[in-house]
Design a protein around this ligand. Structure first.
Ligand code: SF4
Length: 469
């Protein structure tokens, strides 16, 4: 068990080390106000709002045919069902009171996997399989086994392939954990969000600390040693003190990785988020201080900060990938996955090919119809030009390394006009004839704004994204 460094309240808990110690609250508020604009999270480039073309099945098949047989692929399985709605939810999911729809969906999903297999020219090797949702552990053991069987028929899955699953602790019995371990799952991400009972009540997600601790103990007992926690800051009723208490409890359970996402309040897209508006939510300065608190507490307790919202124990493969300059960013956030092709299965899932993104439909009847007709149910796509591919690589490095040498990316000029303000405010430096860009400590929380300076599509789409900080 790691030793937890507890903050001394008399020395000012809630006033943790600044990203830039010279800055006071007023200076931070000015920066936040100045840069409070919608910016993508850059889990892809171009971002999903640019997936506007409707791909033909012939075009999609051509992408599958062109896959390099010597390169392993990464697989994403989307299970879009939950048993209860968290009021902050921004995911594509459906709340179900009975199991029938889940079972029917998984039957179609396994047909989609078989369809991919019959379309591909070769049985490709899979280096990773990620189950996301929704709550994938809502699926029965039998149904999860059916998916694994379908994947085993469609792909070569070597013993070292990493299989991981996002899990809702409220649905994670010891029996289910035993089954997951037998299926080969070795990493589980637990949706924790916050341990404070009042915050849990406000967001409609009650899961006491003991319940999560029980899950962690059972996962380890059954050999699932790699455990991630997902937390959220910026939720209703959260204060610096409640976030600190949540972090202390989190550290007491020694997860390997912790993702701390900033809550995105987008009720115009997710209507149920209006339900949170009856509670006070932390203001922008407090949210900024929460991110400082998280960083200081975790980095004092054996974690490395990875990018903008991930933390990993110093010996974890994600921290090692970062040290080696091999950190990647994909739809699941920061990753050490080296596969360049991602094949997504299920409603709304996205596949990433060398020069294209293809997204499945989000419409359940259309999904079933396409599969019945022998087509993968793709609905939106985006083909990348050479310039897009160059910008994608650059933006990934900025988001992962907080620096980049623009000379390594063909056809990209230094966007001096858009960088000038960031330079004047000390958020970045430019050197070597203004070709090497570095994000300063003070600029780290604003890294998405820096990446946005290289986004050729932003103006058309900017109003649909979350805030920059
Ligand atoms: S468990 Fe996750 S996907 Fe399901 S409703 Fe809650 S936040 Fe949304």
């Amino acid at each position: 068990m790691m030793k937890i460094v507890i903050f001394d309240r008399n020395q000012g808990v809630g006033e943790p080390q600044r990203y830039d110690p010279a800055m006071n609250d007023a200076a931070i508020e000015n920066l936040i106000r100045k840069y409070d604009r919608p910016v993508p999270r850059y889990t892809s480039y171009p971002t999903a709002v640019q997936f506007t073309q409707t791909p033909s099945w012939e075009a999609h098949k051509a992408l599958i045919h062109r896959l390099d047989p010597s390169e392993p692929v990464s697989i994403y399985i989307h299970i879009p069902f939950c048993h209860s709605l968290c009021h902050y939810c921004g995911c594509h999911t459906r709340i179900v009171g009975r199991y029938g729809p889940v079972s029917e969906y998984i039957a179609t999903l396994t047909q989609e996997i078989a369809l991919f297999s019959s379309t591909a020219k070769k049985r490709h090797s899979a280096s990773r399989i990620h189950f996301g949702g929704g709550s994938p552990n809502l699926a029965s053991t039998e149904d999860l086994e059916k998916i694994m069987l379908a994947l085993g028929r469609a792909f070569h899955i070597p013993p070292e392939a990493q299989i991981d699953m996002e899990c809702d602790p409220r649905l994670l019995s010891e029996e289910k954990i035993r089954a997951l371990a037998l299926m080969g799952i070795r990493r589980v991400s637990l949706g924790v969000q916050d341990f404070d009972p009042n915050v849990q009540g406000a967001i409609n997600r009650i899961q006491p600390f003991e319940q999560v601790k029980n899950c962690v103990d059972n996962l380890r007992r059954h050999g699932i040693e790699n455990i991630n926690f997902d937390l959220i800051t910026g939720l209703p009723l959260q204060t610096l003190e409640t976030v600190e208490a949540t972090l202390e409890k989190t550290l007491s359970l020694s997860p390997d990785r912790i993702a701390v996402f900033a809550y995105a309040h987008v009720p115009w897209m997710k209507k149920h988020q209006h339900l949170l508006e009856k509670f006070p939510r932390p203001d922008a300065l407090t949210r900024y201080k929460m991110s400082e608190l998280v960083r200081e507490m975790l980095c004092h307790n054996g974690f490395t900060d990875i990018g903008i919202d991930h933390y990993a124990q110093n010996t974890d493969s994600l921290a090692l990938a970062q040290q080696a300059g091999q950190l990647r960013r994909n739809f699941q956030g920061y990753t050490d996955d080296t596969a360049t092709t991602l094949i997504g299965f299920g409603l709304s899932s996205i596949s990433q090919y060398a020069d294209a993104y293809i997204q499945n439909t989000t419409d359940a009847p259309a999904y079933r119809k396409a599969i019945a007709e022998g087509r993968i149910p793709s609905a939106r796509s985006c083909y990348l030009t050479e310039q897009d591919q160059s910008r994608r690589a650059l933006i990934e490095r900025i988001m992962c390394d907080f620096e980049a040498d623009l000379s390594n990316y063909r056809g990209i000029e230094t966007p001096l006009e858009s960088l000038t303000e960031l330079l004047q405010d000390g958020l970045i430096t430019l050197s070597h004839r203004k070709r090497i860009i570095r994000i300063t400590e003070k600029g780290r929380p604003f890294v998405r704004l820096v990446a946005a300076c290289f986004d050729q599509y932003l103006n058309q789409a900017e109003l649909r994204h979350a805030r920059a900080v």
